[in-house]
Design a protein around this ligand. Structure first.
Ligand code: GLU
Length: 497
């Protein structure tokens, strides 16, 4: 079904782009939903339109307030406030479907009156039997259309007898076609859909119907969502037509796959923005950047984009059709990149919630300067904020390590003792504790003692940090200061016996 002239004109006239995400609060904000949100947000901002959030919470059993909170908080955390929706309101209020229950009945009545839909009195057992028969004949499961043939009198009799019923759409025969903004020309055979249920036996509309009605009432111009809804678009175009409504433009994003090309699932990849990413020390900037590349590319090999840059660069036409691979390693790399580029005070603020050791917390409060210095020494090495505590621990507590770690490769116990002894002397005699002076003194000490530079520097670094991998020797001495450095070198020497 091509869009008719009147519809086309309407789209041209309605200057304002209005897009929405319509999450069902039956789980936490998922990576896939975050991507849908981001692409909608970018599209809205790019076209100076409105980004709307509508909660599709008609499934009262599975929807919870906590999930809604998680979704909204996640969007805010990622930096995507909505122009209309829960909490902020807007001209198409309310924005939760549970508060819109009264709106749908008139549309359902309209469909029934025009015979575009009919009441179905088939019991679940009858439907089950039908399905079993179809399965046995290797036919795709589809409602037989039995109740479509009921006369008005028969239907009325069933109703009077108090028989429960659902409402089914009388799917018209023939093809439904549309131009998807991402997938291009799409067509479905209406036959394939069968007469699908649009109203449950408790009178509540199913997602397919409520979604069409709300998109109409909220004047949504473009429905941009995941590919799993592609065939729903076919059904929804038919529903809209039966209701005499304009259909919005559609665009369906490609699937997100695990690196082994299986469909992205909780089992293979963490999917909850709050628990699996925010709480694990990922930065929203990194996630936004990473998620943007799940399906979209600028056409160049550039990979790093801020949200503002994405708004400038984003083009829906550049969202591809092939599935995108969720590569956690790449996200982790990106996260490290964004952490390295944080101003040190910003890093300290963001890392605060990840520091739980009371000793470190108190010490950091007492001497913020030292804390910032310690952080700036480990900043390079961080891949997530959650690693901060482990990385800075040794600045605040005596290092714990195996004595053997002090001994550099190709060195031995005696030479290590010598290294520590001469380093102690050199640091003790330093007039100024600048990086330059420290380096000069230690290299000089190594030379005089006929030790390799690397040999001495390794030993001193381990005595200071207790780690095989840590910030550099000179930097550590500078940050620790003379007294603490001497103390740690002495205790290293003592360990060697
Ligand atoms: N409630 C649907 C979902 O969460 C919305 C689909 C749509 O965007 O139209 O998948």
């Amino acid at each position: 079904m091509a869009r008719n002239a009147a519809q086309k004109a309407w789209f041209v006239m309605s200057e304002v782009v209005r897009v929405r995400i319509a999450p069902s609060p039956t789980g936490k904000l998922h990576i896939g939903t975050a991507r849908t949100a981001l692409f909608n947000y970018l599209f809205a901002k790019k076209h100076e339109g409105k980004f709307i959030v509508r909660m599709e919470d008609t499934d009262r059993e599975r929807s919870t307030d906590d999930f809604e909170r998680d979704i909204l908080d996640g969007l805010l955390w990622l930096g995507m406030p909505w122009d209309e929706g829960p909490e902020v309101g807007g001209p198409a209020e309310p924005y939760r479907q549970r508060d819109r229950a009264g709106i749908y009945q008139a549309f359902i009545d309209q469909l029934l009156e025009s015979k575009a839909a009919y009441r179905c009195f088939c019991t679940p057992e009858e439907l089950e039997q039908e399905r079993a028969e179809q399965q046995a004949k290797k036919l795709p499961p589809r409602y037989s259309g039995k109740c479509r043939k009921l006369t008005a009198d028969e239907a009325a009799a069933h109703e009077q007898a108090g028989k429960p019923f659902t409402v089914r759409f009388a799917t018209p025969a023939g093809k439904v076609e549309f131009e998807d903004l991402i997938r291009g020309h799409v067509e479905f055979d209406g036959e394939l859909f069968g007469d699908f249920v649009i109203v449950r036996s408790d009178g509540t509309p199913l997602f397919l119907l409520a979604n069409v009605i709300d998109d109409h009432l909220m004047e949504i111009t473009h429905v941009l969502r995941g590919e799993d809804h592609l065939s729903n678009a076919g059904k929804q175009i038919l529903l809209a037509k039966a209701l005499n409504l304009f259909s919005p433009e559609f665009g369906h994003f490609p699937l997100i796959l695990n690196t082994d090309r299986s469909k992205m699932s909780k089992r293979k990849n963490p999917v909850a923005i709050s628990d699996d990413y925010k709480a694990k020390g990922f930065l929203p900037e990194a996630l936004v950047n990473f998620i943007a590349l799940l399906g979209w590319s600028s056409g160049t090999d550039r990979e790093l984009y801020s949200l503002g840059e994405l708004i400038d660069e984003f083009q829906i036409e550049r969202v591809g059709r092939s599935p995108s691979i969720f590569d956690l390693e790449k996200l982790t790399w990106m996260n490290g990149y964004y952490i390295r580029h944080l101003a040190i005070g910003d890093l300290a603020n963001r890392a605060e919630v990840f520091i739980t050791n009371p000793i470190i917390k108190q010490a950091a409060l007492k001497s913020p300067e030292f804390h910032l210095q310690a952080l700036s020494l480990v900043q390079e090495r961080l891949k997530t904020l959650a690693e901060v505590e482990e990385q800075i621990e040794f600045f605040y507590q005596d290092p714990v390590y195996e004595t053997a770690l002090l001994i550099a490769k190709k060195s031995n116990r005696e030479r290590t003792q010598k290294a520590l002894t001469v380093a102690l002397e050199a640091v003790g005699q330093l007039k100024e504790l600048t990086l330059e002076q420290i380096e000069l003194a230690l290299r000089g000490a190594a030379k005089n003692a006929e030790l390799a530079d690397g040999e001495l520097l390794w030993t001193v670094r381990v005595a200071l940090s207790g780690r095989a991998a840590s910030p550099g020797t000179f930097e550590l001495i500078e940050v620790f200061g003379r007294d603490e450095a001497l103390k740690r070198l002495k205790s290293g020497l003592k360990k060697l016996g």
